[in-house]
Design a binder for this molecule. Sequence first.
Ligand SMILES: [Zn+2]
Length: 91
Amino acid sequence: MKQGVHPKTHYIKVKCSACGAVYIVLTTTDVTDMHLPVCAKCHPAFTGGPIDTKRMTRVQQFMKKWGYKLEQQEEQKEQAQQKQAGKSQAQ
Ligand SMILES: [Zn+2]
């Protein structure tokens, strides 16, 4: 093996924020640990289970990060549900 051309590698812990699973990963970066929002053990695409509705959606995370109000969205959702309920009662 040629000396001085290969990057230095080390193992880090990668932790899933949703389910708490820990993975040991080989990396060349300087980080010591890393967090994932979701992993293969808990993502519905891999588990086949229902989507966790308690976790915030990408839009909700964006709104929270940048300080937008979610109240308007919730009011609009309620109004839409009331409209649908009214239509189903009329039929
Ligand atoms: Zn996970």
